[in-house]
Design a protein around this ligand. Structure first.
Ligand code: ATP
Ligand code: MG
Length: 312
């Protein structure tokens, strides 16, 4: 049905989340999510980038139903998640939305062989067939590992292998949406690219929609169809990856892009330049702002001060 095909995998509107942090006799309110609107198309990879503490994990965790937002709506495949999954996510919801975490060490039970881990995922989600053994072999081979790893314990595998098993576990469930929160940041540089390629293959071959959370703009550029930039709980700029990185509009995005090591640039990143960006970011953040479409074709938009909207 064509209307169904047009329903995005994920549709988030007006999502707010405030944390109250208590210190020594004081309480601080942190607005981790501030009026978040975000769509992820079916079979699309969206990278969510921003500095530490900008709210990326909070957004992914709300979508995974590990955290409850204060306000707003979230739809997965057109279904209102907050209404149907009031607290913790049900098993059916887990069949649609799966999360892969940063830490491939902590996410696997150390006392269980890989075979057991994957069998359990298949069984829990009703995907275990008559020929379980060949299903298991297919799973590990589809993440580029040999069948022998099925007999291993997690501690016998490398970090990169463990992260592949974490992804195989997601595959066992055949979800529509995968939330990958810094899935490669704890891995050696040499094996990161393999995990990124694996995510790209999942999108291409299985049409899984992926929210890829990262600090790393270079990997976002490599992997994602679209990049969304998050600053202090707000989405400030977004669009097709190459269009956005070629012409970043928001000073925060410009600062992030400027911080990526670039052999073509002669001088190393200049602290004064960085201070100028920081000052401009504060000016933008403190001004009445509006969402401006920069380019219709790439969907490139920016959240910018109203005053400067008619400048150029
Ligand atoms: N459970 C919590 N209780 C209190 N404050 C929290 C909690 N979780 C997150 N925060 C705060 O919310 C803000 C956003 O945190 P979040 O973990 O979403 O950032 P992030 O972008 O994922 O950062 P990083 O790149 O370091 O992972 C931070 O100020 C953080 O301290
Ligand atoms: Mg995080």
């Amino acid at each position: 049905m064509s209307t169904q095909e047009k329903t995005p995998a994920v549709r988030i509107r007006g999502l707010d989340k405030t944390f109250v942090q208590s210190g020594f006799g004081s309480r601080r309110r942190v607005k981790a999510l501030d009026s978040i609107d975000l769509d992820i198309g079916r079979g699309e990879i969206v990278a969510l980038v921003g500095e530490s503490g900008s709210g990326k994990s909070t957004l992914a965790r709300c979508l995974a139903r590990l955290e409850s937002p204060d306000r707003g709506t979230m739809e997965v495949l057109g279904e209102d998640v907050l209404r149907t999954q009031r607290r913790r996510a049900s098993r059916e919801y887990r069949s649609e939305v799966q999360m892969v975490f940063q830490d491939p060490f902590g996410s696997l039970n150390p006392t269980q062989r890989i075979e057991h881990v994957l069998t359990r995922s298949l069984q829990l989600h009703g995907k275990a067939g008559d020929d379980l053994r060949s299903q298991l072999v297919d799973l590990v081979e589809s993440v580029g590992l040999p069948a022998e790893v099925l007999g291993s314990f997690p501690h016998e595998l490398s970090g990169g292998q463990r992260q592949r098993i974490a992804i195989a576990r997601v595959l066992a469930v055949e979800p529509e949406v995968m939330l990958a929160d810094e899935p490669t940041s704890m891995l050696d540089v040499s094996v990161r690219i393999g995990v990124l390629n694996l995510l790209a293959r999942l999108r291409d071959e299985r049409g899984i929609a992926i929210l890829y959370v990262t600090h790393d703009l270079a990997s976002a550029r490599y992997l994602a169809d679209r990049i969304i930039v998050m600053h202090r709980g707000t989405l400030v700029e977004g669009g097709e990856s190459l269009a956005l990185l070629d012409a970043p509009q928001h000073p925060y995005t410009q600062m992030l892009v400027g911080a990526v090591p670039d052999p073509a640039r002669e001088a190393p990143f200049d602290p004064e330049e960085r201070a100028r960006y920081r000052a401009e970011i504060e000016t933008w953040a403190g001004s009445p702002s509006e969402r401006v479409l920069i380019d219709d074709e790439s969907g490139h938009w920016v959240w910018k001060p109203k005053e400067t909207a008619q400048d150029d």
